[in-house]
Design a protein around this ligand. Structure first.
Ligand SMILES: [Zn+2]
Length: 138
């Protein structure tokens, strides 16, 4: 039984999101150090992107490998108990991600997905973010 109101649930989720990810903090720090202005977790956009650069019409998602099923060792692991539950849940996440990405792109947004496991080299990540954000759009 789910005893949380939708508000409580989304509050809890946003707490998890904003405190849970070291990877996201790295991406924020890097983008900030490059002088870019961004907003966090804009709920009015599909998938509530982690970082939104309104002037650049660009968004960055920082995805946990497990929850979003990255094709890496951390993502390819399904818990051994309640396999049906997890399979359904994780496949649902992947399908939702795909829909969100599609909708964002249709709305003219450029999208970068940074996977948690890719945040091992800050230099590599920084140059990837720089490349992504410095692209000139029309
Ligand atoms: Zn990964």
């Amino acid at each position: 039984m789910d005893t949380l109101t939708p508000e409580q649930r989304s509050q809890r989720m946003s707490l998890v999101r904003s405190t849970g990810s070291k990877a996201e903090m790295s991406v924020r720090r890097i983008s900030h150090a490059m002088g870019y202005r961004f907003r966090l977790h804009r709920r009015d956009l599909p998938g509530t992107p982690d970082l939104v650069f309104p002037r650049l019409k660009a968004v960055i998602f920082v995805h946990g490998c497990f929850w979003h099923q990255h094709s890496c060792p951390a993502g390819n692991r399904i818990p051994k108990s309640r396999i049906d539950f997890w399979t359904k849940k994780l496949e649902g996440n992947v399908a939702r991600d795909r829909r969100n990405l599609h909708e964002l792109r249709r709305g003219g947004w450029r999208v970068l997905v940074v996977w948690e496991c890719q945040v091992v080299s800050i230099e590599k990540l920084a140059s990837r973010i720089r490349r992504f954000l410095s692209v000139q759009t029309g």
